[in-house]
Design a protein around this ligand. Structure first.
Ligand code: DGY
Length: 320
């Protein structure tokens, strides 16, 4: 019986589907990430691996699976944790969960945008600490959203959902993407293409929605930060290393930008002490896709991808 191994527990629906399909299912039920050694051993003995974005599926793991392992089914849309080139070399499919988490992730990006712009977290703390002693003209002044310019970097599925939600706020939406959208799509979404530099210079809010690739690593670095408006708010629900975190912290500390809403970090789960001390940031623990409905849909998808691969078919969400 082919063996399917989960490096971590995910919604039960995946396990059920795989058991119903007749596979021998093993799940890491401990609340800890498996060590690299353990993942290597799992790769040796499994026909399919279900992995998290925090598992480092490098060449060593894939080589260990050579000959037996047919698919690595990542429980995420991003797959920068997997060495796709090596997977290809060893004929192992790599699959992800595109589409089903676009709404939830765009919602979280907006939640962060609101939270930073209107100082929601700081205000909440202030009220709980009993400091609210009356209405004050200057208390927690934030920034308008309506009519402002939103710059979306990366206009894939999630970026588009981000743009759709801006329609209700009469925002001017600029976007940057390697391949420009069609005119019809730009019109439908009410977005305007801008080269990266122009978008950075003109935006009041910048939201990142690119995958992490060698090209997008530190896409926002010193040069880009130096061109931003002083009132800009940066939102990152994509991948931490797309921003040079040290530079971001410097600009936040010096008040050269207004704030940031971050769901992802350069060296997750490590978060720099300095970032934790700043008032002008709102931080969430990589929960872009964390809704009950979305996580169930993702679980179904990872199972479907495994089932297809173990039937000898190209799985529906193979990334290469
Ligand atoms: C993903 O699936 O890649 C997201 O980062 C999850 O929030």
């Amino acid at each position: 019986m082919p063996k399917v191994s989960f490096t971590y527990e995910i919604p039960e629906i995946a396990e059920k589907k795989l058991k119903d399909a007749g596979f021998d299912v093993w799940v890491n039920r401990e609340e800890r990430t498996l060590t690299h050694e353990e993942i290597i051993n799992l790769a040796k003995e499994s026909d399919a691996l279900i992995t998290l974005l925090s598992d480092n599926i490098n060449k060593e793991v894939l080589e260990a699976g050579k000959g037996k392992l047919k698919v690595v089914s990542n429980y995420a849309v991003g797959y920068n944790n997997i060495d796709v080139e090596s997977a290809k070399e060893f004929s192992i499919y790599v699959t992800n969960t595109p589409g089903v988490l676009s709404d939830a992730t765009a919602d979280l990006a907006w939640a962060l945008l609101f939270a930073v712009a209107r100082k929601i977290v700081e205000s909440d703390k202030f009220v709980r600490e009993g400091k609210f002693i009356g209405w004050r003209p200057q208390l927690f002044l934030g920034y308008d959203i309506k009519g402002k310019t939103l710059g979306i970097i990366g206009m894939g599925r999630i970026g588009k959902e981000m743009a759709k939600r801006a329609l209700g706020f009469d925002m001017k939406v600029l976007y940057y993407k390697r391949n420009r959208l069609s005119e019809a799509e730009e019109k439908e979404l009410n977005v305007e293409y801008a080269p990266l530099e122009e978008l950075i210079k003109k935006s009041d809010y910048i939201s990142l929605h690119t995958p992490l690739t060698p090209e997008t690593h530190h896409l926002l670095d010193e040069k880009e930060f130096s061109m931003m408006k002083p009132n800009v708010i940066i939102i990152n629900t994509a991948r931490g290393p797309v921003i040079n975190e040290k530079v971001l912290i410097k600009y936040l500390k010096e008040g050269k930008i207004a704030g940031a809403g971050l769901d992802v970090y350069e060296e997750e789960p490590k978060i720099p002490e300095e970032l934790l001390k700043l008032d002008n940031v709102v931080l969430t623990p990589h929960t872009g896709s964390a809704t009950f409905e979305t996580r169930d849909k993702m679980a179904e998808m990872v199972a479907d991808n495994v089932i297809a691969a173990l039937k000898g078919e190209v799985p529906p969400n193979n990334v290469y």
